[in-house]
Design a protein around this ligand. Sequence first.
Ligand code: NAP
Ligand code: MG
Length: 499
Amino acid sequence: MSANLSFNNGGKSTVQTGLFINNKFQPALDGKTFGVVNPATGEEIAQVSEASAKDIDVAVKAARKAYDEVWGERTPAAQRGKLLMKLADLVEKHNDELASIESLDNGKAFSIASSFDVPSVAANLRYFGGWADKNTGQTIEVDSSADFHYTRHEPIGVCGQIIPWNFPILMFAWKIAPALATGNTVVLKTAEQTPLSALKMAELIVEAGFPPGVVNIVSGFGPVAGAAISAHMDIDKVAFTGSTLVGRNVMKAAASSNLKKVTLELGGKSPVIVFGDADLDQAVGWAAFGIYFNHGQCCCAGSRVFVEESAYDEFMQKLSAKVKQVQGMVGDAFDKNTFQGPQVSQLQFDRIMAHIESGKKDGATLVSGGARHGDKGYFIEPTIFTDVKPDAKIAQEEIFGPVLVVSKFTDEADLLKKAHDTMYGLAASVHTLNIKKGISVAHKLKAGTGINQHNQLTPQVPFGGYKASGIGREMGQYALTNYTNVKAVHLALDKQAPI
Ligand code: NAP
Ligand code: MG
């Protein structure tokens, strides 16, 4: 089964749409398929196989066999690294094709997918490929000279990975790269809205030379295929990115099955903090980028802006002008001028519009946007609310759309209280020309923090949540700890048994 895709930039691609198990595309056992939609038009572009719990079982068996027989510590770490590097090369070679598939499936601007998402995939694969033979344990000195102790960083085994639709191909890379570098095998479920770019990656995984069963990719639905992964008795670890609600369910399923290890990358309601002494033109630019990048569908989106009272009026004037500019850059993914594309689905569109209505009902002031953009697809105008009550839904809940809430603060104590007034702690940014103040506030915030920038992620630097935003870190050296068991080995050099 395959889909022939045509892109508005004149390109074409064919994607195999079966379940990818043991390096082969195969139909679901019960033959079920589901439709994939272009969010710019609402039209169906592909039918893909739909995994049931039985298919997950087949994929887990393939991953287990590969782990036991060829991968894990049976493939030298340097060779695992080499395969990841080879895959990175192939991603670069197919950059525009992968970016076009991503843009068609997810709605994001081709100019951004081709210059950010897909190059970041190659960068992550290469970064973790480099780590494969460098993730060594420690030798540990202890009190007794009769002892020698050391640790090994061993792969965990079969990893279940469940990814969302906001950065489909990049989340795919964030998940598989550290898992494979450290010697694990993978059963990965893509999001039902955006399965296509990972399926194209499957072809490149075969071409790169990964042995069958090392990476298995299933399309399907969360409550069936996702739940089967979370509860599977022969999956050793589950890594999930998505909503906090589902993250809790994944953790519960892990706890009540085999206590598989869990890492979660969940939602956010990240503050963008603008002090009166900031470069306001820059701060406005980062605030707009913070919320409108990827149409607000970023877990680290700067969805709450706090501006020091003294700068508030000038900031709002400049922000209104900036939003007009963004308004002119909403459109089809393949239009060169597009910065903000459609929301990913009718469901997400409806959720965001419901949040906008609730903002109005709760008495907030709608400063910009608030309506559908155009007459087809799932486009929403870049939106700004002010005068929002701290307990209003739009101040507390992750909207995951182009909706910004702007408020004032008086001093640092007031700011920290407001910034921390949500269950989340995923990201933040502080904007000030006083670098001491910037660092001091960054250290007090319960979130990874940008100073004079927002939404800037790079493979070398870890990313992850405080509070209800998650467990564990992705990217950077820290991500390796999510995919390894530390084994201690206690060697007696010159020791008699105690009895
Ligand atoms: P979601 O349901 O949490 O989806 C994320 C992934 O989890 C998808 O692959 C999904 O499958 C799967 N899933 C759903 N239910 C599951 C279950 N019971 N067990 C295991 N896996 C399951 O997110 P959503 O419904 O697409 O979006 C809802 C909200 O989540 C958004 O509005 C946003 O606030 C938040 N979100 C956050 C992120 C992030 O990066 N932190 C990403 C996406 C969404 P399906 O493909 O069937 O959905
Ligand atoms: Mg869902």
